[in-house]
Design a protein around this ligand. Structure first.
Ligand code: 1GP
Length: 316
């Protein structure tokens, strides 16, 4: 069985990887299957599932199952709070928001959910998340002290700190729906500074933006918002192809892609067949988690868990 991190690494050896972010709060079963099948055809490598609000164990698990059945591609839980977990995904980004000012998002929420992750046998990939202006909802919800769009020194500092802390991935995030993605200059400087893979996302919705991020050195490019709004398969394919341009030859131009030029399928020649990981681990009934432990973000400045039947139990 191939693990999720191994799968991503294998894909990265072949060029820039494209991940699609799905918000389970915004998609029903039928639209998830239809959309993800299109994205598989477009060449996406795997699906991240998460959102800043409205994510539950139930909609997370249902989305993961639908994606797996529709595409056979791996699913990655992209958590935003400690209130949802499922063993239906192939793995999760166990992510610390390094520039959050709220301990919940740096390590305390992680402490709440970690025992459940262990019981469920979900693969964890330690990932440092660095939020850059404008930051959007995730910046506000996590009380991030945003890295300025031009503050390359701060971005490099956080990214190097991430590496020295032992993270296996760094994610530079402008925020879902951002007007402008992270600048190529910042991507290039961070990439040059670190030895671990770099993920870039937030506000990438054109072939040009995807190509710029790739050329600047992103190992993984994430798109979310535009796939929710874009139903034209040629455009989906153009953006995914531009993100992964290395695989199709350096002569491929974003403009041609946008105009619908024929692009070899990403699982075509030159690619080694790489089976996606299979989920597994102990089945922990999801309702048990939600009944037994109800993590509560921050109340009175302290992180709390509420066992069933009890109103309050501060975590000390
Ligand atoms: C958000 O980076 C991702 O966490 C994707 O951003 O929705 O703007 O594509 P978009």
């Amino acid at each position: 069985m191939t693990g999720l991190y191994d799968y991503l690494q294998e894909r990265m050896k072949e060029g820039t990887v494209h991940l699609t972010l799905l918000d389970p709060d915004k998609l029903d079963d039928a639209s998830t299957r239809e959309l993800t099948a299109k994205l598989k055809e477009a060449g996406t490598d795997a699906f991240m599932i998460g959102g800043s609000t409205g994510v539950t164990s139930e909609n997370l698990g249902a989305t993961a199952v639908a994606v797996r059945e529709a595409t056979g591609l791996p699913t990655i839980y992209f958590p935003s709070n400690p209130e949802a977990i499922t063993n239906k995904v192939d793995g999760m980004f166990f992510m610390s928001i390094l520039n959050s000012t709220d301990p919940l998002f740096i390590s305390h929420g992680h402490a709440l959910v970690a025992p459940y992750v262990k019981r469920m046998g979900v693969e964890t990939i330690p990932m440092a998340y660095i939020i850059v202006e404008p930051g959007m909802t995730v910046g506000r919800v996590t009380k991030a002290r945003l890295v300025g769009r031009d503050d390359i020194g701060a971005a490099v500092g956080f990214a190097l700190a991430a590496q020295y802390l032992g993270h296996r991935l760094v994610y530079l995030e402008a925020g879902s729906g951002a007007d402008h993605p992270v600048k190529p200059e910042m991507i290039a400087a961070v990439k040059k500074a670190i030895d671990i893979p770099l993920i870039v996302g937030g506000g990438i919705r054109t072939p040009e933006a995807a190509e710029a991020a790739r050329k600047a050195g992103a190992d993984v490019i994430v798109t979310g918002t535009f796939v929710e709004k874009e139903s034209d398969e040629a455009v989906l394919r153009a953006v995914v192809s531009a993100a992964k341009g290395i695989r199709y030859g350096r002569g491929v131009q974003a403009a041609n892609l946008a105009a619908g030029a024929d692009v070899p399928h990403p699982r075509g020649e030159g690619r080694r067949d790489q089976s996606p990981p299979q989920g597994g681990g102990e089945e922990v009934p999801l309702p048990q988690l939600r009944k037994g432990v109800q993590p509560v973000p921050v109340q009175g400045g302290r992180l709390q868990v509420l066992p069933a039947g009890q109103r309050e139990l501060p975590l000390r």
